[in-house]
Design a protein around this ligand. Structure first.
Ligand SMILES: Nc1nc2c(ncn2[C@@H]2O[C@H](COP(=O)(O)OP(=O)(O)OP(=O)(O)O)[C@@H](O)[C@H]2O)c(=O)[nH]1
Ligand SMILES: [Mg+2]
Length: 358
């Protein structure tokens, strides 16, 4: 199946409706001479409103319709009739959309929840009809006001998908296979790098109805922070994730070295604008069904002084354990960091540095 283009940044011109003009008219009826003013007010212009919708997962709709114009308010009429209000324009966007004023670069707001609404352009107020200008000394006013113009601006929308946990790793490490194995998502899986081109969100639902959203993003490679490969741009989608899961291909497919992969991955995450290695994380050793993986894992543990969870997305081995660990990770029950760092900190506490005597 062809993957749909993923759009995570769009510029949209928005124009709210103009207010309708106030009317000027006089009551004319048989047997009622000097009926007086009866011009009604104009209707208000329609607003442009962005609304969070959990079923949307990209900004593609707005990418193809970058001009959005709300309805104008109707003009006021005689017999004190109020003009109709212009129709609001509701635009559905995914949760996690930031809204910026593209003309001034100021932030307008952020849609985080399903159903949350933000008015990005306010419709103009309707004008006032001549009925309101009547006073005891001014019985036949012709004054009335025109409707005001609505807001008109360019906005820029930036999508940062909201997930609790982000899966990071080299291409082909098996991130999408893991997501498929543990959640309801069905990302594309294949034996070539950069199979995943767009971030994909899967939801883990536990027996106690706790839900955890997991993001699978395109694989990272060395030099990603310099724009090499695909994945770096997509790190912004896991910038807001609470925790990360590092996925390491322990089989060393295509002559890869798991220890080097781990080090490079950490370097690339550290070079991101907000150092992503600071997030609580879990290391997963995938492809343990492959015979060489066991030896590689031993070397990996020794060299990196970490305790990865050995799994196989292919056979499903220990995926249940991974699900439980993910829950613990989110609940802050897992203390991250390599063993070495913790050990050094501990030993530093126990053995104070000796001061050399002269
Ligand atoms: N033997 C074995 N193969 C696996 C395992 N997990 C994934 N694979 C295979 O590895 C290849 C890559 O898997 P993907 O899940 O697409 O990897 P990915 O990390 O999402 O890759 P990108 O989207 O390209 O970054 C596929 O051919 C999978 O069948 C595993 O546990 N064991
Ligand atoms: Mg993938």
């Amino acid at each position: 199946m062809k993957q749909r283009t993923f759009i995570d940044s769009v510029k949209v011109y928005v124009k709210a409706g103009k207010g309708g003009n106030g009317s000027y008219s006089f009551r004319r009826e048989k047997f009622i001479p000097y009926g007086g003013p009866d011009g009604g007010d104009g209707g208000n212009g329609g607003n442009i409103i962005l609304r969070g919708n959990r079923d949307e997962d990209s900004l593609i709709r707005l990418h193809y319709t970058p001009h959005q114009i709300a309805g104008d308010g109707g003009k006021g009429l005689g017999q004190q009739m109020h003009g109709r209000n212009g129709k609001d324009l509701l635009l559905n966007v995914p949760c996690g959309t930031e809204i910026w004023n593209a003309d001034t670069s100021a932030m307008i707001g952020e849609i985080l929840n399903d159903g949350q609404e933000i008015v990005v352009a306010k419709g103009g107020k309707g004008g006032i009809g001549n009925v309101h200008f009547k006073t005891s000394t001014h019985q036949a006013p012709t004054e009335h006001t025109e409707g005001k113009l609505g807001d008109e601006l360019n906005i820029r929308l930036e999508l940062k998908l909201i997930a609790d946990i982000g899966l990071v790793g080299f291409p082909n490490a098996g991130k999408s296979s893991i997501l498929t194995g543990i959640s309801d998502a069905h990302p594309k899986i294949a034996a070539y790098p950069f199979t995943t081109l767009n971030p994909i969100i899967g939801t883990l639902i536990y027996d106690d109805f706790i839900r955890i959203r997991i993001a699978d993003i395109p694989g990272l490679i060395k030099g990603a922070h310099d724009g090499i490969g695909l994945g770096y741009d997509f790190l912004r989608h896991i910038e807001r994730a609470q925790c990360l899961v590092y996925v390491i291909d322990m089989a060393g497919t295509d002559g890869r070295n798991p220890v080097d992969d781990y080090k490079t991955l950490k370097e690339e995450l550290a070079l991101y604008t907000t150092n992503l290695t600071k997030k609580p994380h879990l290391i997963v050793a995938n492809k343990m069904d492959v015979p060489e993986a066991a030896t590689n894992l031993k070397v990996f543990i020794k060299k990196t002084r970490t305790t990865p969870l050995p799994i196989s997305a292919y056979t499903g081995e220990r995926l249940d354990e991974l699900r439980e660990l993910m829950k613990k990770l989110i609940n802050g029950e897992i203390k991250p960091g390599p063993k070495k760092a913790r050990k050094t900190a501990k030993s530093a506490k126990q053995k104070p540095k000796k001061v050399r005597r002269k």
